[in-house]
Ligand binder design. Structure first.
Ligand code: AVI
Length: 318
């Protein structure tokens, strides 16, 4: 369980990289995207015209912030999972701080740089906020409770979509077991929609998503002394209808060998062979009902946009 509040050095990526590239169908965990460079690229993605997720969720939050704050109840601490730059959270925190006075905000993220940036921005915007950032991988468990309850756990931005549905249910269920009856969770879910909307969102015209995807190879080069030639890999985004998910891959443009010096391991790639780097599930109503049921959570209230592209759910532990 993560309990540290130190902004400390993250653990080595070697085990994740070696296990992913060692599979018969090569893959890399999407959590490897988020070093300082990857987090900055992700921030850029969020502002792209094609990436509808961030602006749609932000608009839902903005139009319903008072209703969302009311549904959260009398909250003393807001815990945000995978907080990143926390740009969407400011509005909700401002509303809660205005209503309830001092609110403690516990943003949790694997990226210390993103947390430092978020903390600076939020403290100037909301002076009454008590900040307690935690650098941790929340998928390993929530930090021990140190702050006053009731708590509102924010899990927005469709981050749950990057897990297989079974893993997503297991993660929500783990979180549910830490919740007290008055605690609430606000969950942001991206909904299934037409491929002509989804595909550009994951393959934008400026190539930012391609750079974000390839950043994982850059990171391996930096941290494991790898010799990946980024020009020899192509960004590929596909819609997998039967699994209801967007997939990102890196496709080898040639037969090539890559060497990771610091771990003394080499990997061979055939022309056209891919590394599967991310799934982004887009939830149907049936899949969402299954998710909440499997996690033992109940949706008390939900909010959506005009096009029904994205939903925010206020959840309670059943
Ligand atoms: C963080 N996560 C919700 C993003 C998504 O849409 O799955 C990551 C991302 N991948 C490509 N673009 C953005």
């Amino acid at each position: 369980m993560a309990t540290s509040r130190e902004l400390s050095t993250p653990p080595t990526i070697a085990p994740d990289v070696l296990s992913g590239l060692g599979q018969p169908r090569k893959c890399l965990s999407p959590k490897l995207f988020y070093d300082a460079r990857g987090s900055a690229l992700f921030e850029q993605i969020c502002e792209l015209p094609e990436y509808y997720l961030t602006r749609t969720e932000r608009a839902i939050l903005a139009s319903n912030v008072d209703l969302i704050a009311a549904a959260a109840g009398n909250i003393h601490t807001v815990v945000e999972l995978g907080a990143g730059s926390a740009s969407k959270t400011a509005l909700l925190l401002q509303t809660l701080a205005r209503r309830d006075g001092v609110v403690t905000y516990v943003p949790i993220d694997v990226s210390g740089s993103a947390l430092r940036h978020a903390a600076r921005q939020l403290q100037t915007k909301i002076p009454r906020l008590r900040l307690a950032p935690v650098v941790a991988d929340y998928t390993c468990g929530l930090p021990a409770r140190k702050d006053p309850g009731p708590r509102l756990i924010l899990y927005i931005g469709s981050s749950i979509g990057n897990f297989e549905p079974m893993q997503a249910a297991a993660l929500l269920s783990r979180i549910r077991r830490t919740m007290q009856p008055a605690d609430r969770m606000l969950l942001g879910i991206d909904l299934a929609k037409a491929p002509h909307v989804l595909l550009p969102a994951y393959n934008d015209s400026q190539g930012v998503t391609a750079a974000f995807n390839k950043n994982v190879l850059h990171r391996i080069n930096q941290e494991l002394e790898g010799d990946f030639n980024l020009d020899q890999f192509c960004h590929v985004a596909v819609w997998n209808q039967s699994e209801s998910r967007m997939e990102m891959h890196l496709e080898s443009a040639a037969a090539q060998q890559v060497w990771l010096k610091s771990v003394s391991r080499g990997f061979r790639f055939e022309t056209g062979e891919t590394i599967h780097t991310e799934n982004s599930y887009k939830y149907t109503p049936a899949l969402l009902r299954w998710l909440f049921g499997a996690a033992g959570m109940t949706s008390l209230q939900s909010w959506t946009d005009d096009q029904n592209w994205f939903e925010l759910h206020m959840l309670t532990a059943v």
